[in-house]
Design a protein around this ligand. Structure first.
Ligand code: F6P
Length: 525
């Protein structure tokens, strides 16, 4: 399936991206408008033959049938025997979604109403700080969304504790008044060691301040029994089903901190945006389908051209945690080496995802992106409009910088141009040497997702876009994007190491390195 594309890649030779703009209306033909956003992939090596082949790969891989199966509640998470229905959490239009013969939508909407009642109560009460205790998907989604929607934040201050490092909860609670703090314990399983350790420390913090825990804890979990064991009464527990994966859970109860921060109406607008992207994904033909195109451009770079990483570069400071959020979404979903049937993958798994907001990254790691020997496909995100009309000149600079980067990556700077830059300052061999340092190879691919403004609705569209991109890539790779067995081994070994690092058990069974590191901790700890 990949052979034709690999041949096309081999045939690219010295072809320059900017030369492709001479043919037809490339900016138009290699971009897609949907829901008011534009996904521009014209600054890549993709031409109409390559695009047709990429779409053919999506078609031949059964993306459409699998998409229907997902939305219809089939158990496409085959290793865990579960449906994959985070989309049902944003099913605001109430359309039925059947799991094991029962419509789950009424319960989803009822839980949304319960979230709303609780959020309104907390927003109207005497709480100054809401502390969300969770990790992975029970942290990254909410923190990313709360930061993204800062202009809409009119609820209590919302802070996040995730790391088992005591520094995290210590430094966070330093800022909080025990009498005016509410804890949200967000954990799908309610067994995650980091979250449960932090939740118990939060409880101890309240007790040591003489504050009753009554009404101070809310649990968000699929494991209602464990939440009850922790002492959180049923009316303060918001549940969700096992068909919502942790990294896909911000749309439901795990999003409570977001709803408290920005209010139920804005949270619903976020869901609305997600649902709009769902409907686009479900109905648009593959070649006009934004998640499909985003996925196929990604696969062209990762699986065909072999670029190991992709950078996510939001020129939208409030999306500062989007790269971290996407790291989990993409790498936990598609970082797998075996296909659904257990066979080794024929091509590379999903790429390493990383990034930082622009313009900050420009002054840090863009050097490598422009002149390093590895090609890093870049994904820029940009709002046409900011939220600060009185600072419009900042936004103009932001936009100019974003567009300048994709242009620079594409065009580069030739040796002749570099010589012209330094002519007059140097001459002879020194001019030549100095010029070579100023050459940019260019021809480096990037895409730009541009949207009107980062509103709750647009954020919902963007997050759902990336979720479906991960789905499409996973289907084409033939893997299960919805399990995460790769996190298990480290957890098991950490549990076993617990008594060793406190000196309660001997280290003999361990390898030399681990033993020596434990010895160091015991000596210096
Ligand atoms: O260990 C990985 C993981 O299971 C993630 O998939 C998940 O988002 C995170 O841990 C937190 O899990 P939980 O919400 O059950 O505490």
């Amino acid at each position: 399936m990949w052979d034709t594309l690999k041949h096309r890649a081999a045939d690219l030779g010295e072809r320059r991206i900017e030369d492709l703009f001479a043919q037809g209306n490339r900016a138009q033909d290699f971009s897609l408008d949907a829901l008011g956003m534009r996904f521009d992939f014209s600054k890549t090596q993709i031409d109409s033959d390559i695009l047709a082949d990429l779409i053919a790969v999506a078609k031949a891989s059964g993306v459409e049938a699998r998409r229907t199966a997902m939305f219809d509640g089939a158990k496409i998470n085959e290793t865990e025997g579960r449906a994959v229905l985070h989309t049902a959490l944003r099913n605001l239009d109430g359309r039925p979604v059947m799991v094991d013969g029962a419509d789950v939508t009424p319960a989803v909407l009822a839980t949304l109403d319960r979230m709303e009642t609780l959020a309104n109560e907390i927003r109207a009460g005497d709480i100054d700080h809401v502390v969300n205790i969770g990790i992975g998907g029970s942290d990254l989604g909410p923190v990313m969304a709360v930061l993204s929607l800062a202009p809409y934040h009119d609820g209590p201050e919302t802070v996040f504790v995730s790391n088992v490092d005591g520094a995290d909860i210590h430094d966070t609670l330093k800022r909080c008044d025990p009498a005016r703090t509410l804890f949200i314990v967000a954990s799908k399983t309610f067994t995650t060691i980091e979250t449960m350790t932090n939740a118990r420390s939060a409880l101890a913090w309240l007790e040591s301040a003489g504050v009753s825990k009554e009404g101070r804890f809310v649990a968000l979990s699929s494991n209602k029994e464990k939440a009850a064991e922790f002492g959180i009464p049923a009316e303060r527990v918001l549940g969700f089903e096992d068909w919502v994966g942790g990294r896909y859970s911000v749309w439901g109860p795990i999003g409570l901190s977001v709803m408290i921060a920005v209010g139920p109406a804005n949270f619903r607008a976020f869901l609305q945006g997600g649902m709009e992207m769902d409907r686009h994904f479900q109905t648009a033909p593959l070649a006009e389908n934004m998640p499909v195109l985003l996925a196929m451009v990604g696969m062209w770079h990762a699986q065909v051209l072999g670029h190991a990483t992709r950078a996510v570069l939001p020129y939208d400071n409030r999306l500062m945690r989007l790269p971290a959020y996407l790291q989990q979404l993409e790498m936990e979903s598609n970082g797998k080496g075996v296909s659904m049937d257990g066979a080794d993958l024929a091509v590379g798994s999903g790429p390493i995802v990383w990034g930082e907001p622009g313009t900050n990254g420009q002054h840090a790691f863009y050097q490598l992106i422009h002149q390093g020997t590895r090609v890093v496909p870049c994904e820029f995100l940009l709002a046409a409009r900011g939220h600060e009309p009185d600072l419009a000149h900042h936004h103009a600079l932001l936009v100019a910088n974003c567009l300048a980067q994709s242009e620079a990556l594409m065009r580069g700077r030739t040796l002749d141009e570099a010589r012209a830059k330094v002519a007059g300052k140097f001459e002879g061999a020194e001019l030549e040497r100095q010029a070579r340092h100023r050459v940019f190879p260019g021809n480096r691919p990037s895409t730009t997702l541009i949207y009107p403004q980062l509103t709750p609705q647009v954020l919902g569209q963007i997050v759902a876009l990336y979720e479906h991109r991960v789905f499409v890539e996973g289907v084409i790779l033939g893997i299960n994007s919805y399990d995460q067995w790769g996190v298990e081994l480290g957890k098991e070994l950490a549990t076993a190491l617990g008594p060793l690092v406190t000196g309660e058990a001997p280290t003999e069974s361990k390898d030399g390195s681990t033993k020596a590191l434990v010895d160091y901790v015991l000596k210096h700890g």
